[in-house]
Ligand binder design. Structure first.
Ligand code: FES
Length: 687
């Protein structure tokens, strides 16, 4: 074929086109990822390219400025609204008249990369679930009567090559249609959702219609936790979070933990409807807050993704969670769900389409599926352990060959509940602790201050925060680990009362001893002590966590893990060395351990902006091997062995390279350490 050779960079895609072809047309012909919302009308500016001139021996091309038309009126008009950067042209306005090398900047690609803050996670590209498409619609004609919607369909077919046999419109979008067409003088932008089954397109749905050119639509990624609801408003074009909000889950008034909420439903007829209503209202409010903060019109909210544990998932969908309260913990359904947001009782984003990730098992929810999507153990060579630490720890172990998952009933101790001096992470809470190995004197830091307690100015800073108020979850892990590493807490968890002779901080409390972490000078401020019961509560929680991990290791046939990622607010704040010193997690090279932040929320964001990720996680969840800890006979055995610090038998060679671990110790005969916790057995499942 005679014509002109065009090479697009950085993709390297190339081909020959006839004179007069635009660069946008050429890009489409060669499968180059070049965006367009206006369909080549010079309005959207999404098709910007950088023609590059010179001699390109590699491509056998002389790329010259004369091989393109000069900037035209359309580009000049566009530039009056939004100046084009040096060297940039609108691809839809550039007509080819010779060979060219053309660069497509990242910002002009439909599938641009989503910004992710951590280096160790894989890159995510935008693969839009909803696309804005600009349409010029025929005006109504008395002689050829047809409806506005039918003329929109005609425009979709002729201007965007959409197969309109399976295109539907959301009722709210239909409401907007007539007004938008007339206000926009028969030019509108529609938000078009592509419906898929697996990788096959099954149809489209118009979710919103806006007058004239309108290229920015939004989605929300929502993590419904049993304690908090976190909402992120995301710009769909680039995956950027533009506003976030968080709220307490109002279901707490029906029960602190999930099992008590399930019990409420069992004991109160219609209780599930109450729980559904309050959680939906809270999600709706959280969405409204992000829209207000980012000054986004609710009509521009067209996509939602929700994740949550199985009980939250069921209640949010309006499903009765009672079956999740007892064996065999059957889910009503474990597939993903795509449904109009209005069917979930939401008032914000009335045209939006909502997607709920699949649940994995009766105790391993859509939040865990989102964690997998974010942390990708299923794509790694290394045996990777991902733990989302909460009231119920969700545990994933595996690599690209096999992935296993379970949950373990850790209870609320890691969050500071059941701990005498424990509190939620808030200003004034102790979060970092160091203990002198000789004198057992502590020094610590509180949330809200950068100073250590032995530094000048600490007292003044802390006074501004309202004083030292308690110890948060990460602080409890550190103080216990430091006490263990100092020898104050023995291998079996007993606080060694023999040391009370030489350290005033170790005080008798009847049959047991406590460690006094903080003794304020003012009488009204609380004294913060680590009691024997506190140590037992953490032992029970960490033993449940470790036993769950160990069960998965058994099933996977591995004796060690090669990477550990701790997800969730708590998991991200704890120092992994200390978590390992207590035996919460098995030994692992320390440079292969990291906090994963809010991985469930991040997974929801990925599913929001990348439709292929939805098909991916649906496929991964189907092949995740689910382990039910409640019926595993070895759980109890692992649990008992894991009560010791860091563990009765498992070695910790990597940890020993960094921290000096004390020798294994027996409880002193003179100390009445209550070691019943070691025989405490299975805790009540809390989901
Ligand atoms: Fe919209 Fe070129 S495609 S400006």
């Amino acid at each position: 074929m005679s014509g002109h050779k065009i090479v697009f960079t950085p993709s390297g895609k190339r081909g020959v086109v006839a004179a007069g072809t635009t660069l946008l047309e050429a890009a489409r012909t060669f499968g180059v990822d070049l965006d367009s919302v206006c369909g080549g009308r010079g309005i959207c500016g999404r098709c910007q390219v950088v023609p590059t001139f010179g001699s390109f021996a590699k491509h056998g091309i002389e790329s010259q400025a004369e091989h393109l038309n000069a900037p035209n009126e359309v580009e000049a008009r566009y530039a009056t609204r939004k100046p084009l950067a040096e060297g940039r042209r609108l691809g839809c306005q550039c007509k080819v008249s010779g060979n060219l090398v053309v660069d497509v900047p990242e910002s002009s690609q439909v599938h641009r990369q989503v910004v992710r803050k951590r280096a160790e996670v894989r890159a995510v590209t935008v693969d839009p679930v909803v696309r804005p498409l600009y349409l010029e619609v025929e005006e109504p004609d008395m002689h050829h009567p047809s409806g506005d919607w039918e003329r929109v369909l005609t425009a979709l077919a002729s201007q965007w090559e959409i197969d309109t046999r399976a295109v539907t419109i959301a009722p709210t979008a239909l409401d907007e249609l007539q007004t938008a067409l007339r206000a926009g003088k028969w030019k509108v932008t529609v938000a078009l959702h592509e419906e898929r089954h697996g990788a096959t397109t099954t149809g489209h749905r118009v979710l919103a219609v806006r007058a004239g050119f309108h290229d920015t639509f939004y989605g929300v990624a929502i993590d419904i936790g049993s304690t908090t609801i976190a909402c992120h408003l995301v710009r769909l074009a680039d995956g950027e979070v533009v506003a976030s909000s968080g709220a307490m889950n109002p279901q707490i008034r029906f029960g602190e933990d999930l099992m008590s909420r399930v019990s409420y439903v069992m004991m109160n007829e219609g209780g599930e409807a109450e729980l559904t209503q309050v959680v939906r209202e809270a999600a709706d409010t959280a969405i409204a807050e992000t829209l207000t903060e980012a000054e986004v019109d609710t009509k521009d909210l067209v996509a939602m993704v929700f994740v949550g544990n199985p009980v939250m998932h069921h209640l949010f969908l309006g499903l009765n969670p009672v079956e999740l309260g007892g064996a065999p913990f059957a889910l009503a359904l474990n597939s993903s769900i795509t449904t109009p947001a209005t069917s979930l009782g939401l008032t914000q984003g009335a045209g939006a389409i909502a997607y709920l990730l699949p649940c994995i098992a009766g105790h391993v929810g859509a939040d865990c599926a989102a964690v997998i999507l974010s942390e990708t153990p299923h794509t790694r060579d290394e045996i990777t352990l991902v733990v989302d630490v909460g009231t119920n720890a969700e545990i994933v172990l595996g690599n690209k060959e096999r992935v296993l998952a379970c949950s373990s009933p850790t209870g609320p101790a890691f969050e500071g509940a059941q701990i005498s001096c424990g509190q939620r992470a808030a200003p004034g809470a102790i979060e970092r602790v160091r203990i002198d190995r000789e004198t057992y004197e502590p020094r610590f830091r509180v949330i809200g201050s950068e100073k250590w307690s032995d530094e000048e100015g600490f007292a003044e800073e802390v006074a501004k925060l309202g004083g030292v108020t308690g110890v948060c979850g990460s602080g409890i892990i550190e103080v216990l680990a430091e006490l263990f590493l100092s020898g104050v807490i023995l291998t079996d968890g007993t606080i060694d009362g023999r040391l009370s002779d030489r350290c005033e901080r170790i005080v008798s409390e009847g049959r047991t001893f406590a460690y006094s972490l903080y003794e304020p000078s003012e009488a009204e401020a609380p004294t913060l002590r680590i009691t024997q019961n506190d140590v037992r509560a953490i032992q029970l929680a960490k033993a449940a966590l470790y036993a769950g991990v160990r069960l998965l290791m058994d099933r996977r046939g591995v004796e060690q893990v090669e990477r550990i990622q701790l997800a969730g607010a708590f998991g991200s704040h704890i120092d992994v060395r200390y978590a390992m010193a207590l035996g919460m997690v098995p030994d692992c090279p320390l440079d292969k351990t990291s906090g994963a932040g809010n991985a469930a929320g991040e997974g929801a964001r990925i599913a929001l902006v990348n439709r292929s990720a939805r098909a991916e996680i649906e496929e991964v969840v189907r092949r995740v091997e689910k382990i039910e800890t409640a019926v595993e006979p070895r759980f109890q055995e692992h649990f008992v062995a894991a009560m010791a610090f860091p563990h009765a038998t498992a070695p910790f060679p990597n940890l020993a390279k960094t921290l000096h671990l004390p020798p294994k110790s027996a409880p002193p005969a003179s100390t009445n350490g209550d070691s019943t916790g070691a025989r405490g057995g299975r805790r009540r499942r809390r989901n």
